[in-house]
Design a protein around this ligand. Sequence first.
Ligand code: SF4
Length: 330
Amino acid sequence: MKPAIYFDELEGDVLQCHLCPNRCIIRPGETGICKARKNVKGMLYSLNYGELTSIGTDPIEKKPLYHFYPGTMIFSVGSWGCNLSCDFCQNWEISKGRPRIVQRVIPHQLIEIARSEGTPGLAFTYNEPTVSFEFVLDTSRAAAKEGIYSVLITNGYIEQEPLKLLVQSISAMNIDLKGWNDEFYAKELGASKKHVLDTIEFVLSAGVHVEITTLIIPGKNDSLDEMREEAKWLASLSRDIPLHITRYFPNYKYTIPPTDVKTLNELHNVAKEHLNYVYIGNVPSEDLNTTYCPDCGTSLIKRRGFDVEIANLTEESRCSNCGKEIPVIL
Ligand code: SF4
């Protein structure tokens, strides 16, 4: 166990964690909603510090990050725990609590493994990484000193104060914006969308590379009007934010059938009215996974599955046909 940061002491050894907007009040012997932070005799501890449940070297497109070193591999790790309560969780075996088997590492061991894998970066993914705040912070700081970049695949549900500290050693994030419906956020996730929007705004202003993912669940968050509002809001920050609209498959407690591909195409078309780069995930479509120049329509990066072909893009990330600057980090 590692002493946690970001909590207040209330009366009689009762603590309030303020790492995320849940702001759990935690009595001695209890854990917060994420199950990863525990009050032990009036002190808050991170229970999942250095505990890994998933390790892999993945194409960076799998995160998904399409505009950040496309075509490269990234060493990826996951721990356990999550601060949202989605009944459609695609990784529920590790998000809903501590699995029986975990591997323990210290930050430098993880960096050594990443180095031996020969990848330039490290991704904290699979479960919600911000509930391993202390480990992610220690590891990403140490990795940055070694010239290894770190990325987060996150639900963005974190308070601003810890976020300000974390972004100093994070180069890119894919943030799950789970639709535009406030009621869906409140009822199905136990969360408030506003905090996720605050995170997106803040990390963009901090200069972190940001891409957004919205998993579309039939009947829950598949309204064209809501997608229009989401895309408009993202465009108000920047039309260049890549948006990944991904197909849902039944998992955990959800038995709703998979999202109709026609619906995804319609949502894509609506989002494209406002955003320059919109992609469809979990569907084998080369066209809807290709990066096109928003000015002249030239195909710049083709993706077939995780096979990536960069063409018509200069080393300075400009369209080689019309010269437009393309927001892709090469
Ligand atoms: S990080 Fe965990 S313990 Fe802390 S407020 Fe969020 S859910 Fe509660």
